[in-house]
Design a binder for this molecule. Structure first.
Ligand code: NAD
Ligand code: UFG
Length: 337
């Protein structure tokens, strides 16, 4: 059951790590990506680490016919839907692009799945759907209230999934709300290498450690947090990948629609991240304190008890693991380019 899995966005950061996790556990993985924020070279890295072949199809998720043909032809059992756009600031400038990719793209995938009679889906959602935290830690019952088009596009997609699961008992769908994925595969062969300029904290810190940026701009040191800088629930990308495998095992057994947070339950501040990365890399990481970044909240971290209780999943890796694996990836000369 559920042995052949299609990963949309499979050459991207999180999709590629999930592909390694699934492939090393004996699943056949098929990657589907239009390569707008990743490279086909990632396929070789996945095959190298897992020591198994994986198939790659270059295509857009809005190409329903290609998706439908792929699902039927390759006899896919389940889909993990990672493909999407994820930069908050860009989503404010280009909302139509975000709704087209994240909402219409998801609709297109669902149409293709219905046509091919594939009813098992794990969806990449985000803690951003919660908006400004009303309380901490954030559990799945926390009200949603996204404050930007990116977050709203994810929430629209979740609502479509929820309605679909009500429409027929065939469907088995899980939405995973990620907190802040960081780090890289332990081998140093696979990590976060977007083709667009990074916006997230960890890739920017690593650019400073690698001397390709002169300093980290810290957006605000006057939040109501222990050191005044933003606090987030950073989660190792391989823990996240394992969470996807657990979700897949669950949808093999249960029908309907379920939402799970994937986080560690612990928060680290921007300055704690900088310190941890300094230790892992042995490099200086100069910082400059700036004003707050519009749209940021002070602290955000998960209550991940539901994933533990229902899926039997817990994040295991430490902040040190996140920083060391990231540094290993960025200093591995075979990854340069
Ligand atoms: P990523 O950009 O590394 O990966 C996304 C992949 O989707 C890329 O390889 C890109 O080329 C592909 N893609 C984009 N538009 C496409 C389209 N129209 N058709 C086909 N492929 C397309 O991003 P990621 O960090 O791996 O994120 C994966 C998913 O997780 C996204 O849906 C994102 O919204 C969600 N998410 C990410 C984070 C994070 O901080 N990284 C946090 C919460 C949720
Ligand atoms: N930060 C800096 N300087 C930088 C970049 C970030 O100080 O150059 C700070 C931010 O102000 C924030 C923290 O680092 O306090 C984390 O910022 P990120 O941009 O890395 O992450 P966010 O929590 O803002 O958002 C991320 C993803 C969203 C996702 C959200 C919740 O970008 O897509 O996590 O999962 F929705």
């Amino acid at each position: 059951m559920n042995k052949k899995i299609l990963l949309t966005g499979g050459t991207g950061y999180i999709g590629s790590h999930a592909a390694v996790e699934l492939s090393t556990r004996g699943y056949d993985v098929v990657l589907y990506d239009n390569l707008q924020n990743s490279s086909a070279a990632v396929v070789d890295q996945i095959e190298l680490i897992s020591n198994r072949k994986c198939e790659f199809i270059q295509g857009d998720i809005r190409d329903t016919a290609l998706l439908s043909d792929t699902l039927s032809r390759l006899k896919i059992n389940a889909v993990m839907h990672f493909a999407g756009l994820k930069a908050v600031a860009e989503s404010i400038e280009e909302p139509l692009n975000y709704y087209s990719t994240n909402v219409l793209g998801t609709l297109s995938l669902l149409d293709a799945m219905l046509h091919a009679q594939v009813f098992n889906l794990v969806f990449s959602s985000s803690a951003t759907v919660y908006g400004v935290p009303a309380y901490l830690p954030i559990d799945e019952l926390h009200p949603t209230g996204p404050v930007n088009p990116y977050g709203r596009s994810k929430l629209h997609a979740e609502r479509i999934l929820s309605d679909l699961a009500v429409s027929s008992t065939n469907w088995s769908i899980i939405s995973l709300r990620y907190f802040n994925p960081t780090g890289a595969h332990e081998s140093g062969l696979l990590g976060e290498r977007p083709t667009s300029r990074p916006n997230n904290l960890m890739p920017i810190i690593s650019e400073v450690a690698l001397n390709s940026r002169d300093r980290l701009q810290v957006f605000g040191d006057d939040y109501d947090t222990p050191d005044g800088t933003g606090v987030r629930d950073f989660i190792h990308v391989m823990d996240l990948a394992e969470g996807h495998r657990k979700a897949l095992e669950y949808i093999g057994k249960e029908k309907g629609f379920e939402i799970f947070n994937l986080g560690t339950g612990a928060g680290y501040s921007v300055l704690e991240m900088v310190e941890a990365y300094k230790v892992a890399s042995g490099q200086a990481i100069p910082v400059e304190i700036m004003t707050r970044r519009p749209g940021d909240v002070g602290a955000c971290y998960a209550d991940a008890l539901k994933a533990d209780t229902v899926l039997g999943w817990q994040a295991k890796r430490s902040l040190k693991d996140m920083c060391e694996s990231s540094w290993r990836f960025y200093t591995n000369s075979s990854n340069r380019g």
